[in-house]
Design a protein around this ligand. Structure first.
Ligand code: GDP
Ligand code: GDP
Length: 438
C-alpha cells in the first residue's frame, strides 16, 4: 500500500538535482495551496509504468573541502539507507572515478538495500560506452549510463528501479498491521510518547525481525490489536549545519508518513503551535494519510476552563486546511489520555478505509447542487452528472462534469463539506478527481 521511496545519493555536481528534476517533471509533490510548506524540492512523486513512488534528493548542500564532501556524502548515504527502498548512486563520467566514490560505494554495498549505479553525463552513448565500464570498479554491479541534461537512458534506469519494488511489494500485501507515524519537530516528546506506550502494562513489545541496523519500527499490542509505530525521533543526525538538519528532518518525516496509515502530529503545549509545526502538518496533509493532532506536555501548562478551547481555535486557524483532523491533549510523561489516543487511531483507520455507496453519494450531490448552484463562467454553468467513490486510503471520489474548467475549488470544498456532514471522515483527507463526460 505504501509508496516505495527512491533516494538519490552522490557527490556535489555529479548532476543529482538535474536527475531529480527530470524525474519530478512538472509534478512537484508539494501542494501549492498548503500554507507553511516550502517549495524546496526535496521530494517528488514519480510514476513509471504502473508504479508510483517518491524520489528524495539527499543532496542540497555544497560542501567545499574534500573532507567536508566525504562527511556530507556519508550522512547522505546513511539517510538513504535508513529511509529508501532503492538507492540510486550517481557518479560523473566527465570527472571519472574519485576516491570519495569508492568510500561511499563501500558504505552502500554493506547496506542491505538495492543500489543502482547511474553514470551521469553520458551525453553520447556510443562515444562513451567504453568509459562507462570503468565504473564497474565500484563493485555495485552494471553501471547504467544516463544523461540527465539530455534525458537519455532515464527510462532504462527507471525500469531497473521499479524491478526492485516487486520484491518488497509481496511482503507488504501480507502485512496488514496498521502503521502509525509519530511526527513533529524536535523535543515535542515523540520518543517520550513511544517509550510511554512501550512502558504501559497492557502493551507487549516485540522487536521486528529483519529490519536494518537502525530498527525504528516497533510492534505494539494494545487492547488485543497490533500496531507498528514508526518513530521519526529514533534517528538523530549529528550534523551541526542547520540546513542539513532541516533537510533530514523533512526527509525523515516524508518517508515515515509515506509508510504510515495514520500520522500523529505532536505539538508542544508549552510553546504553542509554530511555523515548523505547520510545515510538518502540511506534509502529512498532502500525502493523503490519516492525521491526529496531539498536543503534548498538557501536564506542564497552567490551565483554566478556556485553555483547551483556545488551543483548539489556534490550531484551526493555523492549520485551517486540516480541520478534519481530530485533536487530543495528552501527556507523554504522565500517560494522560493514552487510551483515548488509541481509540482515536482506531477511528481514523476506519475512516481512511470507509466506502460510501454510489446511491447515497448521488443523493447528497443532488441535494447539495439544489441548495447551492454550481458556479458558471461566461454564460456556461458547471453541471455535475454523477459522483462515485473510486478508492480508499485516502477516500477518493470522482466527479463527472460537463466542463472541468468550470469546477472551482471552493465548490469542490462545498461538496466535500456536504459529504463530511453525513459521513464525517474524521481524521482523513478526502480527494476529488474531476472528469469530463460530454
Ligand atoms: P548536483 O550537485 O549533484 O545536484 O548536480 P547538478 O544537478 O546541480 O549538476 C551539476 C552540473 O552538471 C550542472 O552544471 C549541470 O548542468 C551539469 N549536468 C547535469 N547533468 C548533466 C548531463 O547529463 N550532462 C552534462 N554534460 N552535464 C550535466
Ligand atoms: P522528541 O525529540 O520529540 O523525541 O522529544 P523527547 O521525547 O526527547 O522529549 C523532549 C523533552 O520534553 C524531554 O525533556 C521530555 O522529558 C520532555 N517531555 C516529553 N513529553 C512530555 C510531557 O508530556 N510533559 C512534560 N512536562 N515534558 C515532556
Amino acid at each position: 500500500m505504501s509508496k516505495p521511496i527512491v533516494a538519490i545519493v552522490g557527490r556535489p555536481n555529479v548532476g543529482k538535482s538535474t536527475l531529480f528534476n527530470v524525474l519530478a517533471g512538472e509534478k512537484i509533490s508539494i501542494v501549492k495551496d498548503t500554507p507553511g510548506v516550502t517549495r524546496d524540492r526535496i521530494y517528488a512523486d514519480v510514476s513509471w509504468l504502473n508504479y508510483d513512488f517518491t524520489v528524495i534528493d539527499t543532496g542540497g548542500l555544497e560542501p567545499e573541502t574534500n573532507d567536508e564532501i566525504l562527511k556530507h556524502m556519508r550522512t547522505q548515504a546513511d539517510i538513504a539507507i535508513d529511509t529508501a527502498d532503492v538507492i540510486v548512486f550517481v557518479v560523473d563520467l566527465k570527472q571519472g572515478l574519485v576516491d570519495n566514490d569508492f568510500k561511499v560505494a563501500d558504505i552502500l554495498r554493506r547496506a542491505n538495500k538495492p543500489v543502482l549505479l547511474a553514470v551521469n553525463k553520458v551525453d553520447n552513448f556510443e562515444k562513451y560506452q567504453l568509459d562507462v565500464y570503468e565504473f564497474f570498479n565500484l563493485g555495485l554491479g552494471d553501471p547504467i549510463p544516463v544523461s540527465s541534461a539530455s534525458k537519455l537512458g532515464i527510462g532504462d534506469m527507471l525500469d531497473q528501479v521499479v524491478e526492485h519494488f516487486n520484491e518488497n511489494a509481496k511482503e507488504d500485501e501480507e502485512e496488514e498491521t496498521p502503521k502509525i507515524a509519530i511526527i513533529g519537530k524536535p523535543n515535542v516528546g515523540k520518543s517520550s510518547l513511544i517509550n510511554k506506550i512501550l512502558g504501559e502494562n497492557r502493551v507487549i513489545v516485540s522487536d521486528m525481525a529483519g529490519t536494518t541496523r537502525d530498527a525504528i519500527d516497533t510492534m505494539v499490542k494494545y487492547d488485543h490489536k497490533e500496531y507498528i509505530f514508526i518513530d521519526t525521533a529514533g534517528l538523530r543526525r549529528k550534523s551541526k549545519i542547520k540546513e542539513e538538519l532541516e533537510r533530514y528532518s523533512i526527509i525523515r518525516t516524508v518517508t515515515a508518513i509515506e509508510k504510515a496509515d495514520v500520522a500523529v502530529l505532536m505539538i508542544d503545549a508549552v510553546e504553542g503551535i509554530t511555523e515548523q509545526d505547520a510545515k510538518i502538518a502540511g506534509i502529512a496533509h498532502e500525502r493523503g494519510k490519516g492525521i491526529i493532532v496531539a498536543v503534548n506536555k498538557w501536564d506542564a501548562i497552567e490551565k483554566d476552563n478556556k485553555t483547551m478551547k483556545n488551543f483548539m481555535a489556534d490550531i484551526d486557524t493555523k492549520l485551517s486546511y486540516m480541520l478534519y483532523a481530530p485533536k487530543i491533549f495528552i501527556s507523554a510523561e504522565t500517560g494522560q489520555r493514552l487510551n483515548s489516543l488509541f481509540e482515536m487511531i482506531e477511528m481514523v483507520l476506519q475512516n481512511q478505509a470507509l466506502r460510501v455507496g454510489t446511491g447515497v453519494l448521488n443523493d447528497i450531490l443532488y441535494e447539495a447542487t439544489a441548495l447551492k448552484q454550481p458556479p458558471s463562467d461566461k454564460g456556461r454553468r458547471l453541471r455535475i452528472y454523477y459522483i462515485t467513490q473510486v478508492s480508499i486510503k485516502p477516500p477518493t471520489f470522482v466527479l463527472f462534469v460537463n466542463d472541468k474548467e468550470l469546477m472551482h475549488f471552493s465548490y469542490t470544498r462545498y461538496i466535500e463539506n456536504k459529504i463530511r456532514e453525513t459521513f464525517g471522515f474524521k481524521g482523513t483527507p478526502i480527494h476529488f478527481i474531476t472528469r469530463e463526460r460530454k
